[in-house]
Design a protein around this ligand. Sequence first.
Ligand code: CA
Length: 225
Amino acid sequence: MRILIVEDEQALALLISDRLKKERYTVDISNDGEEGLYNALSGIYDLIILDIMLPRVDGIEILKELRKEDHDVKVIMLTAKAELDDRLLGFANGANDYVPKPFHIDELIARVNAQLNISRAVDETLKYGDLVLNYPSSEIGSDISGESIGVNNKEFQLLEFLMKNPDRILSREIIYDRIWGMESDASSNNLEAYMSFVRKKLKLIGSNVSIKTVRNMGYKLVKEE
Ligand code: CA
């Protein structure tokens, strides 16, 4: 899952980002409100951590624009101004949660997980057909063959995205934006390469699940009945 942090305190943004990455989230950072607004409207995020006091465009303005565009992305507001007025303003404009600064990083992570309905203690796997994606061990396995194999970070993210959107054609652009987004070192060749790695691994474990290429449209995760 992909998270955007819009926060002008760079050290704080990095602290949050490092911790979220350990929790297996893909994270982008915007350090000012203008870039934050642009990125927030991209539609590629599951959740946005949004500071209120920002250069150029403030967090409340970003939230208003987001909700005007009818984006249903989850938003957690951060602010040093812990007055009740700000809290009400945030919720009134469609924030999902609000964390006053200073906060403990564990509390923020717990709120992020709660918004994304992730309870890692009970929900440690994702399933589709016989295919099981195991979060703690970073492995995929098949319920039918009993075989499993490790996957790297990008393979994991790719499979997670496909398994959350099964039987649906996902365009190359959508997949690319979700998995690589703004990473500057990425080339679109990476997508082809990772697709082929993942397909090989699905074969290796003998899964009934496979990734179909839909000509001129994209990819689709399917299972044999
Ligand atoms: Ca700030």
